[in-house]
Design a protein around this ligand. Structure first.
Ligand SMILES: N[C@@H](CCC(=O)N[C@@H](CS)C(=O)NCC(=O)O)C(=O)O
Length: 206
């Protein structure tokens, strides 16, 4: 397997999951800032021009964070990241999709890249504010899932891969307030050996 990733991008969640399951893999960085993802050689591999991109051992391509996360977790049953309780597995998939489709794509995209939403620089501050509001509202929903009594309180699932990067952006990058169960989960994830290796390999301060 080979992971194409960009240090500090959402691909850090898949990098974390790969380290967690312990299967052999290669990794290759892509410089998104310099548009390396749009170079012909990469577009030939992944026409979506995005990270994370996973090339499997049979040469087939896997894209979209929730799908890659589910695939990796399912390919390493011994790691126990796909819950055996079907309801909990469903909630893990639901949370992963919400983190990626709403908090990342709707919220953080506005914060990091307001020009994607409107070219006029005068509008960027308002777009970023809207992004922060989307993230904060989303975190309140995530909090209900993680706190005691919530569907994903307790043991690890593949949703942690998405929690890892969304909470990394929330707490370490943008420095927004995160509710208590989200903060606790991030502290626990960050303290794992897998996370320590990932921060080091991506050249990020932990
Ligand atoms: N829907 C994709 C989104 C991935 C995504 O937006 N990745 C960003 C980095 S965090 C990217 O590759 N951006 C490059 C670009 O848009 O040019 C997924 O779930 O994997």
């Amino acid at each position: 397997m080979k992971l194409f990733y960009t240090p500090g991008a959402c691909s850090i969640g898949i990098h974390y999951l790969l380290e967690q399951i312990g299967r052999p893999y290669e990794r290759q960085t892509l410089d998104l800032k310099n548009g390396e993802n749009r170079q012909p050689w990469f577009m030939e591999i992944n026409p979506k021009a995005k990270v994370p991109t996973l090339l499997r051992d049979d040469g087939s391509l896997l894209t979209e964070f929730p799908v890659i996360a589910h695939y990796l977790a399912a390919s390493a049953p011994e790691a126990g990241l796909v819950p055996s309780d079907p309801e909990r597995a469903l909630r893990a998939a639901e949370l992963t999709d919400y983190l990626v489709a709403t908090l990342h794509m709707q919220g953080f995209s506005r914060i990091f890249r307001p020009a994607k939403f409107c070219e006029d620089p005068a509008s960027h501050e308002a777009i970023q504010r809207q992004g922060r509001e989307i993230v904060q509202a989303g975190l309140a929903v995530v909090e209900r899932e993680l706190k005691p009594g919530g569907a994903l309180h307790g043991g690890a699932t593949f949703a942690d891969a998405a929690l890892f990067y969304v909470l990394f952006w929330t707490i370490d990058r943008v420095k927004l307030d995160a509710p208590p169960a989200c903060s606790e989960r991030y502290a626990a994830l960050k303290a794992t050996d897998a996370a320590v290796r990932v921060f080091k390999e991506e050249g990020l301060a932990s």
